[in-house]
Ligand binder design. Sequence first.
Ligand code: GAL
Length: 816
Amino acid sequence: MRKKMNFNSNWYFHMGELEQKVEKITSKTGTCGGASNLTREEGFEYKNPRHIADVIGTEDGNPLYNIAERLEGIWDMVDLPHDWKIRQDYVNPNSYSGMYDKEGQKGYLPDGVGYYRKKFSLPKEDLGKRIVIEFEGVMRDAIVWVNGCYIGSHLSGYTGFAYDISAYLNYGDEGENVILVKTDCTYEEGWWAEGAGIYRDVWLYQLDPVHVKRHGTFVYCKDIMDSNTKVMIDTEIENKLNSDCNVTVRQSLVSQEDQILYHQEKELTVGSLCVGTISFDFMLENPILWDLDHPYLYKMVTEIVRENEIVDHYETLFGVRDIKYTSQGLLLNGKWIEIKGVCEHQDFAGIGTALTPDIIDYKLTRIKEMGGNAYRSAHHPATDYLLQACDRLGILVLNENRRLDVGPEGLNDVEELIKGSRNHPSVFMWCMENEEFITLLPPGKRLLKELMAYAKKLDPTRLFTVAGQFAKGDSEYESIPDVVGFNYDSGHAKARLENYPGSLVMATEDASFVSTRGVYKDNRELGVCDSYDSGSYYEKVLKGSDVEISSGTVGGASSLSNLVYCWNHSKHEVPDLGGIFIWTAFDYRGETFPWNWPTINSQYGAMDMCGFEKDVYYYWQSVWMDQPMVHMLPHWNWKGKEGQQIHIDVYSNCEEVELYINNESQGRKKHTKGLITRWEPVYVPGEVNVVAYNDGKPVAEDHKVTTGEPFAIRLSKIYSGKDNDLFKAEIVDKSGLLCPTADNHIQFSVINGDIVGVGNGNPSSHEPDVADQRKAFNGLALVIIHKESDNITVMADSDGLESASISYTNLTQSEN
Ligand code: GAL
């Protein structure tokens, strides 16, 4: 029977090359040696090498005796997922004479290699089962060895891979096993900071020789109607026996409430060492549809019976939903849905790319709170957990291929993308490429055509798009995808629709607006960007400022008015675009445009690296959410600016807005959703309020107050997950008001838990994220903890400030 075991804990990690060489492939199997074998302390006295030594008569010359020399000192114990990139120090490119990451694409974190090693034992009874190890993602150029044997390599850091290692293993008293994984990030795969190491989950499977193949089910629905739908299941069954095998395959359709709705079984003969495919279909009466408000999931349970025994039990979650993309945009179950999308890389404060399920849930929750309903996994396949979470939370996913490539690896990667995620109802379309220069040339178009043809065979049920940039307007290129995706469209979509009526177009990426949370003036030295509309950075450069922008892909940077343009363009001028995907919801490491060093992360996010909202977050709320809202910027602490004019910008989805300074109205103005209303009052300390009205009635309010000096820390639990909780530390004045420019140093500590990491959203902070302390940035800092028991206390201390602590169990919480 199938057993899926999490294989994330108790790995050793070594940064850099190993002193003791590990051969990739040797002349004799099993003699790769070094850290891919046991040490003497680990029980090297296993029988196999000794047996060989006895037979060939020498210990010295026996290459199997190339054991791991030492583990202590050079190896750290780690649990996965793990990103070794963020554990290094940032490197100032100016201290290098070479071209070290001048443009900060990689966030000034050095490349290199890192090794992971794990020892494990298997009981004797496992012999005869198939033991498979699966890596969901290793960044990158992974090489895997088991017990001194080279197993395989996998280049891409964004696709999963699995090896059947049954034959290489020791069982029972044959001895222990060692798995060694090399990760090498010397070469990059994308143009952003990609993390490094075994940053996604690892699983060990124990399988019967006859089992459902990896990614071996495809469940989809045909002719979806309210009254019924046809559920189709294609299943691949792998027979690793040396003989043909007759099996009974059972499929049971199970409701979310765990009721078996339908059951069918069929016989199948699978040839020895072959894969057999078997198809089923059910008519499902009155299906409960998956949609954004009610993401209902069904389960298909596949069982294999051989010799009267159930030898495999495999579950596939799926949803019944009808997705169409039309000239009006997206129809989900016949209902028009405006795509309120975000593009995202996988990164976060404190942990880098090693996103835990709780951090993924937190990020998705924040996107929903901003009003978003769609996620573009840019520019690579999403993790299985992220897709599960989107299925559960009702978020649409545009899942994306990394490279435009039809070589063996390229095809394998696209197969991983599609077969690994085609059962997820959240995935509504596939994106085959992002802004590939080569699409301008004939080979680029041929590559795209071939890749798309291959991919369509793997999923004939969904449409395919591209995130087009350079070949926009090239009709040959635009005729390849089902839906022409435009990044930063400024007229090409309209031209496409005029010249080729009936074309389908979508806005795949828009609005690269850079801003720093709580900052209202550019500052090159501090590496921070203005949250107002201060114009495009490209224009600033062209006007001859001292901003150095090197060639290479440093990303664009629009002004806020461009962002206003983007939304209005897709919403009103070319509604066929279906909505937009903004670049991006969260800041991420790398792409340090426009200032580069000292900035180490991008500033495109509507939220910073910690998920703390910037002002622009509220712009998206104002255009994406229906409930009345209003937001004003900036803060109201402008000591030294008394008597000077200050811009106040207001975002709202209401009809009118009115500003009050110290209770005095500054006038009521008509407001248009999607535009920005501005006042330029003279600064006087005190309180500034903005009130929004619909039908003449006040419906929403925002305010800022001039605060006193930092006095205390306020700690609040902002997210509670299964294993991780997230805490926000705020520096507040005596009245409990957030001090909007405070940068006090905070020391965190936890009882009955561990600190996973910290962050503060400062794009130029060079403090380590894997630490228990951090300076606040513009009043805020974040600490992520790992819970160890039910009674947890989190504390935050800072010199000269009142400390804060929160004690809680899973049920109650007390603060002081
Ligand atoms: C886009 C690109 C993204 C990012 C962005 C920055 O053109 O697709 O990956 O670089 O620019 O503005």
